[in-house]
Design a protein. Structure first.
Length: 121
């Protein structure tokens, strides 16, 4: 990934955000909700949905914010992987993997765009 272009990094981040949105909704409403009728936990994906236009457009400021905010999804996955069992724990590991890839791609995207902006020519 270090030699990836900004456009490919942007596509990776967008794909991760979409995957986290789908995973969060499916997890909390259908696959393994904490308790029946606990669909309100699926609202955790709303910030991701609001961020998608800025992320897809490649706005560096959005990427800078989400370099910190994506860690909340990583932390939730870590907590639920350690405390849940069965399908919910496996879904938590999926959330961890997706959030880790998103974080890495976000950081690489910002570094690449800033480096390209500072290069003369």
């Amino acid at each position: 990934m270090p030699s990836a272009s900004p456009s490919s990094l942007r596509r990776i981040v967008v794909a991760c955000f979409v995957a986290l949105i789908v995973l969060g909704i499916a997890w909390e409403t259908w696959l393994a909700p904490l308790r029946p009728g606990a669909w309100l936990l699926s609202l955790k994906v709303v910030p991701l949905a609001f961020a998608l236009p800025g992320i897809a457009a490649g706005r560096v400021r959005a990427y800078q914010w989400w370099s910190m905010l994506i860690l909340g999804y990583l932390a939730e996955g870590l907590v639920r992987a350690a405390s849940d069992a069965g399908l919910s724990a496996r879904l938590a590991w999926a959330e961890i993997a997706i959030a880790a890839v998103a974080f890495t791609a976000i950081v690489l995207y910002v570094r690449r765009v800033r480096r390209d902006a500072l290069q003369p020519g």
